[in-house]
Design a protein around this ligand. Structure first.
Ligand SMILES: *[C@@H]1O[C@H](CO)[C@@H](O)[C@H](O)[C@H]1NC(C)=O
Ligand SMILES: *[C@@H]1O[C@H](CO)[C@@H](O)[C@H](O)[C@H]1NC(C)=O
Length: 329
């Protein structure tokens, strides 16, 4: 049985991981405080990383969080589609409760992203994962409105408008993030690109999702979500049998190298007005608009994908047509 614990609620990469890294500092502060006979200690659990200031942006994460942010299997990466190696083990994943219209529970401004947490029913398996993974939240990355793209991964150098990350933890870790980040495949993240489409207010699921943004303008704000939209609704239009796979890391400090990445080839199409709402509604802790919330590209990793590229399909269709034509003559 998968227990949704407080641990899991705090398990987002920028909440829990920072808690882990800062707890040692808190101990030191506490010891000093006790030594100085100060009665109470306030432990600040946010370390100083950011996206938007030179003193803490991603170019210095390897300095402020060196253990992993300066590591050797860091994310995100640029995916070179023609270099992706065929792997016949990359079968379709099974998506459990992605259809549920009541699994999305809460939406939060974390100070560095917008995060939606799930109930404990959402799960994935298959697709060459070693065991099922329990999915507990998604997070979003964006640039500055639809005109400045802000996906984390790029494909053949192309950056999409936004990227959605569904974060899942290996079931056997039972929601224990500290165990998961010590495991090279402790987490599975599903990455979905978001691309602009021309209509307004579309799709309806994203209209509903973005309607919450005005309620979480400030760092730390969160609200309960009404039942209504499912993950399937949000992932509309994506053929989920086609994806890239590689081993990488969390894309925020402490950048732990514990992630099996699944990046889907198709993008979700969302209208420009809705994409623009992210960069014009929610704010960082300093009350400036939350923009360009993505990490820069890291050194390449080996990427695999389903065998039978569209090129091969085209070629075999061509051969089939040719043999039909020859058979007829
Ligand atoms: C990040 O900060 C560095 C200095 O630490 C600066 O050179 C760089 O331009 C900044 N990047 C962004 C995207 O602001
Ligand atoms: C973001 O876009 C807005 C609107 O186009 C613009 O006013 C603002 O200067 C941009 N911010 C940055 C940091 O590029």
């Amino acid at each position: 049985m998968f227990l949704r614990s407080e641990t899991l609620h705090r398990s987002s990469s920028d909440d829990l991981l920072l808690f882990v890294t800062t707890s040692m500092r808190c101990v030191v502060v506490a010891v000093l405080a006790v030594y100085a006979l100060i009665p109470s200690v306030h432990c600040e659990t946010k370390t100083a990383w950011c996206y938007h200031q030179p003193s803490c942006n991603d170019s210095i994460w390897p300095v402020i969080a060196p253990t992993y942010c300066s590591g050797i299997r860091q994310s995100p990466i640029n995916i070179v589609s023609t270099s992706a190696k065929p792997n016949s083990n990359l079968t379709p994943l099974t998506f459990q409760n992605f259809r549920s219209t009541s699994a999305l529970k809460r939406i939060k401004n974390t100070g560095s992203t917008v995060k939606v947490s799930f109930d404990s029913s959402v799960r994935i398996s298959g697709g060459d994962l070693s065991e099922p993974y329990d999915c507990f939240e998604f997070r979003l990355h964006w640039g500055n409105g639809s005109s400045v793209p802000g996906s984390e991964h790029t494909v053949d150098g192309n950056r999409y408008a936004m990227e959605l990350h569904i974060v899942c933890i290996k079931s056997s870790h039972k929601g224990n993030m500290a165990l998961a980040i010590e495991d090279p495949t402790g987490l599975a993240v599903l990455g979905f690109f978001i691309e602009e489409m021309s209509n307004n207010g579309q799709p309806a699921s994203w209209h509903t999702l973005t309607s919450y943004l005005s309620m979480i303008k400030n760092n730390g704000d969160s609200v309960a979500m009404e039942p209504g939209i499912s993950l399937d609704d949000l992932l509309v239009g994506v053929d989920r049998t086609k994806y890239y796979r590689y081993l990488g890391s969390l894309t925020t400090p402490t950048c732990d190298e514990a992630v099996v990445w699944t990046v889907f080839k198709d993008s979700i199409k969302v209208s420009k007005d809705l994409i623009d709402l992210f960069s014009t509604t929610v704010q960082f802790s300093d009350s400036s608009f939350m923009i360009n919330v993505y990490r820069g590209i890291q050194p390449p990793q080996e990427v695999t994908t389903q065998s039978g590229s569209s090129l091969t399909t085209c070629y075999s269709l061509g051969l089939l047509a040719l043999s039909l034509a020859l058979g007829r003559s």
